[in-house]
Design a protein around this ligand. Sequence first.
Ligand code: ADP
Length: 489
Amino acid sequence: MILIVDDKPENIFSLRSLLESKSFEVDTALSGEEALKKVLKMDYALIILDVQMPGMDGFEVAEILAGYSKTKEIPIIFLSAVNTDKKFITKGYASGGIDYITKPVDPDILMLKVKTFYRLYEQTLALNEVKRKLQLEVESRKKVQEELKVKVDFFHTVLEAIPQIAFTADSLGEITFVNENWFKYAKTAIDFPEIHDGDTSIDTFYKENIKSGEPFEAEVRIQNVDTKAYRFHLLRIIPVKEGGERNSWVGTFTDIEDQKQIENKKDEFLSIASHELKTPLTSIKAYIQLLERMIVSSGDEKVSTYIHRAQDQIIKLESLIADLLDISKIENGKLKVNCKPFDLESLIVNAIDTISHTHQHVDVRIEREGEPFVDEVNADAIRIEQVLINFLTNAIKYSPGAEKVLVKTERRDSHAYIAVQDFGIGIPKEKQDYVFSKFYRVEESSVKFQGLGIGLYICAEIVRQHKGTYGVNSESGEGTTFYFSIPLN
Ligand code: ADP
């Protein structure tokens, strides 16, 4: 809107008509005082200001307007009867938007100046808006940066507080932060600790995980900078995703040297103990056999019963020692299978017979379902029988009072699939993943049923050696199915 300030209504009238004919909105004031009041209330794009007015004249009005931040930018066109000194006009009014026109007003010149100033006003407004938005943007970015810095500082403090060696890296794997512990094993903040030649190299992470975005985990020996000794650490590097995008990595090295040493000692002990137990047991077995022969000829039934019980216990002890020996073989990578073609069907029938025979004291039937296998398989018969016997023994052991156990067989693609299903206590869902782990026993049943928690671990290793698959399906309280499959040829 344009404000016309003139003490003569007839001047105002003609100017107003002229401007309104060109579609400008117009407001008017008949004195400098009235103009000042209006200017403070309303927003004007331009003021056409008569210089000679009774009371406050045009220059005084302009000087006052120049003093207010709200009004100092409004362009002014002075109307004066005489050619006024420009210097005087500009005094105290530095907006740049100032001009004058002498009376009588030439409508064309006035319109030219009005249009120029109006455009200037609009541009100034637009510019101010851009400036305001930019300022807001700068401020909000500053705030976000400050918040981010607080978060990063907090995160770094956490990484300093943990006992592990910790670091962060950008999306390309360039290290961006390391904690104090890092320097016990690395010379600089950008080089990785020295990893033992025999262990997984950090290059694997850079070659594979950086691209795939998968977490990286490896047990590696790293060299202490001062002592030069290598210690086992668990290295874990995990991608950090923001907004679904992976943009950095966080890594830790956890010292597991003591655990490793204890584990090694335990394996060593297991290996020695099982070997040492085997020799006297073999002698006991031989003596008992001798005794058995002597007793049979003497015909004392009571003694004969006790001898058979002792023999049963010897068989259990033998199988326990054999399992312990297998464990130490697995630890040393020495559990190897000796594959030869054999009749899988007879093996299954024999295993069922053996188990039925040795479990006559429990009322359980072992039933067979599915097609018999006709072809021979190329596998280690003794080891496959060991797996099946283990599954069957467990099926009977963990289903007290149940009437039957099912052995299901089936040819699946190029594999022989064998499953043992029982209707016993079952295994809780959340524990099923662990039953094939070494020494794992389901807590709820571990007191009631005896065992070491190694049978399934050995079975899993045997099946893996045959390049087969294995698993478990179970419902708590309803029963369990353990299955495995091995390639047919
Ligand atoms: P063990 O029977 O000597 O404890 P295993 O390695 O054979 O060791 O089995 C590991 C654990 O898995 C067992 O302790 C038991 O908790 C669970 N388990 C194995 N077979 C069954 C089954 N048929 N039903 C229920 N639980 C089972």
